[in-house]
Design a protein around this ligand. Structure first.
Ligand code: PRX
Length: 651
């Protein structure tokens, strides 16, 4: 394992105490939830499950734990869409707004809980009419439009598991995911608006099906941008045609607590993404609990906004399942923060009176670059709690968020978690915890985190590897179709512990400072990208003989992908070839995985045993300002690599 490249800020001394006014109104303002969970964490989670969710049949056993396999709330039956929708409507809250949706061009739709329920029932009937049954998997490849949560919730109504594929991914990524999960259906849209124009999706689905995903029988297409896509007869169906004939009656089927809810693919240390499995009762309990307490949610009055994309786990848990289970009003936004202007976020907050904003450090650093004038032009006083997720937040960004968005007083919750953990794991409680800028503070109630050293011994102060020592309700239940990989990836490094893949430090006050990944996974703008995956895409280019990828430091995106390549045979290094190689990776994996820089080198530095000296390559990348599109065949870089390799410098 290599050391994380990220700086640590544990000398940060500033502390921010929740204000008396905030604490007085907070959902919790003392340590009682922590104490309760500490005393008996199973009983604690059982209480949360019963209080936050509606069950068709109560569970008999809270936790059945046969390491590394957990079953939570065994014997219980419930339906996710019932918990997210019907029960709020039945309680007379059907006219409450579920989503204030805003398209990038400025079109707006307000959808109430009862309207959303009707759409979900109709679409569940559409799924049934296409022959989908409990246990089947469907892929969803959509922009941030309301049809996306409607499709997800319709799946949950009848026990179909969804596999949402981020709309920025490529045809190959769709093929891999559909083939791995043997999905029968792809739900997509013609396109979505991004940066002022229609970003096409349907042609990418067509390309994927041309490459080959034999399990896919049908494609449902929502019309978002009127791009008039080609529709393949007998295979492709319009969303609006199907919905026109669909009945609005569809009972929510009670599911076992451990029924598969969804798969979400994430990058690991190999070239093949892992299908992370989440199930029903435990997942919904933890996302509802954390959404309520970490954001201090007041469903009656709050207007909550998670500005992530539903294509990632943050959107699954904190745009769809947590907020709807808690019956709150959310904002959902289709586009980018600088379209048409750089104050789009602040304008949205002012328009809807947003009370919680949940975004990523990368976005905050971008807002910093755009200047304080942008937020200053808007009334942001409705905000009560600010959240961040996805990567370590540097104290400067934290303070900027605090001062310029939070008016110098709103609590900031830095939430550490993963696709695999399903919900928040490490975060402050806004009415309880004194925060330090840059620290995610400590584990939430009911979650037990330890740092360990190389030998697996618990570290009480200083650096270590982040592990989780007891099962938690929203933990992944496995990797789809690969039990061995599940054991190996998460449970084999430290006996009896879940290994998160992150490094962290504990300061003398017991605060955790997350340091980033310690494996071959990069974090670019809060997105996980595997070095191996990018390397294999690079060597898939006919001119590339060998490649090594590292995550260099980047002021904006946290890490940036730097690819070092050796060319094959007679290929000559040139700017054009480098750009072509970068574009090739973008085509293979999706734009987010396109290297920022490709460095063409005559050789890659290796240890005597043949291991690529990654640390050296990373240091070289960090030591120079590698440009955005530049392809370097810079002799000075090559010389530096050669010199340092011969001096034997690496981890
Ligand atoms: O390295 C950690 C980082 O993101 C990884 C998980 O990525 P993903 O599964 O894509 O989920 C992202 C959204 C939950 C972690 O292993 N990470 C996530 N949140 C934080 C973080 N690193 C530091 N601080 C955070 N708050």
């Amino acid at each position: 394992m290599s050391e994380p490249a990220i700086e640590v800020y544990e000398n940060e001394q500033r502390k921010f105490v929740p204000s008396a006014a905030f604490a007085a109104q907070a959902n919790t303002s003392d340590r009682s939830l922590y104490d309760e969970a500490e005393a008996d964490y199973e009983a604690f989670w059982a209480r949360q499950a019963r209080e936050l969710l509606s069950w068709d049949a109560d569970f008999e056993t809270t936790l059945n734990w046969k390491l590394p396999f957990a079953h939570w709330f065994v014997g219980g039956k419930l339906n996710v869409s019932y918990n997210c929708l019907d029960r709020h409507v039945e309680a007379g809250r059907g006219d409450k707004v579920a989503y204030h949706w805003e398209g990038e061009p400025g079109d707006k739709v307000t959808l109430t809980y009862s309207e959303l329920l009707t759409e979900v029932k109709k679409f569940a009937n559409v799924l049934k009419s296409l022959g989908l049954q409990k246990g089947d998997r469907v892929a969803i490849y959509m922009p941030m439009i309301l049809e996306l949560p409607i499709a997800m919730l319709a799946c949950t109504r009848i026990g179909v598991a969804h596999s949402v594929i981020f709309g920025g991914f490529s045809a190959d990524a769709i093929v891999d995911r559909c083939n791995d999960a043997e999905t029968k259906l792809i739900i997509t849209a013609d396109a979505g608006f991004r940066k002022g124009s229609a970003a096409l999706l349907k042609p990418t689905v067509d390309a994927a099906l041309d490459i080959g995903a034999p399990s896919v029988e049908k494609v449902i297409v929502a019309n978002r941008c009127d791009t008039n896509p080609e529709m393949v007869e007998g295979r492709d169906l319009w969303w609006h045609d199907l919905m026109a004939d669909a009945s609005p009656d569809c009972p929510a089927e009670p599911m076992d607590s451990e029924q598969l809810l969804y798969l979400l693919y994430t990058s690991g240390t190999t070239a093949k993404p892992k299908g992370i499995m989440h199930t029903t009762g435990g997942y919904l309990t933890q996302v509802a609990f954390s959404h309520k307490y970490i954001f201090d949610l007041k469903p009656e009055t709050d207007v909550y906004w998670c500005a992530a994309d539903i294509g990632w786990v943050t959107g699954h848990s904190y745009i769809v399942y947590g907020p709807l289970t808690n019956g709150c009003t959310s904002v959902m936004y289709e586009g980018t923060p600088d379209t048409p202007n750089k104050d789009r976020f602040w304008e949205i907050i002012e328009r809807y009176g947003v009370t919680q904003l949940y975004t990523a450090p990368t976005a905050i650093r971008m807002f910093m670059k755009w200047g304080t004038e942008e937020p200053a032009r808007h009334d942001l006083t409705s905000l009560r709690v600010l959240g961040t997720v996805g990567e370590p937040i540097n104290p400067e960004a934290w303070m900027w968020y605090h001062d310029n968005i939070g008016g110098g007083e709103r609590p900031i919750v830095d939430t550490w978690w993963q696709t695999e953990t399903g919900g928040h794991m490490i975060a402050p409680m806004p009415g309880v915890t004194e925060t330090k800028p840059g620290s995610a503070c400590g584990a939430i109630p009911g979650v037990f985190v330890d740092l360990v050293d190389d030998g697996g011994n618990v570290v009480t102060e200083g650096g270590g590897y982040l592990t989780i020592s007891r099962p938690w309700p929203s933990m992944l239940r496995g990797i789809w179709g690969d039990e061995e990989r599940y054991r190996e990836t998460y449970w084999s490094t430290y006996e009896g512990r879940y290994f998160a893949g992150d490094g962290a430090k504990l300061d003398a006050d017991g605060y955790l400072w997350l340091l980033g990944r310690v494996d071959d996974v990069m974090n670019v703008s809060g997105h996980r990208i595997s070095t191996t995956e990018v390397e294999s895409a690079l060597v898939g280019h006919p001119a590339v003989a060998e490649a090594a990828v590292v995550g260099g430091n980047d002021d904006l995106t946290g890490q940036a992908i730097i690819g070092y390549v050796i060319l094959r045979g007679t290929h000559e290094a040139s700017q054009e070839l480098g750009d072509e190689i970068r574009a090739h990776v973008g085509d293979k994996l999706g734009k987010i995985a396109r290297p920022k820089t490709v460095v063409i080198v005559p050789d890659l530095p290796k240890t005597r045993s043949g291991k690529i000296m990654r640390r050296l390559l990373r240091d070289v990348a960090d030591g120079r300002s590698l440009g955005d599109t530049t392809t370097l065949a810079d002799p000075a870089v090559v010389q530096e690599i050669a010199d340092r390799a011969s001096a034997g410098e690496d981890d």
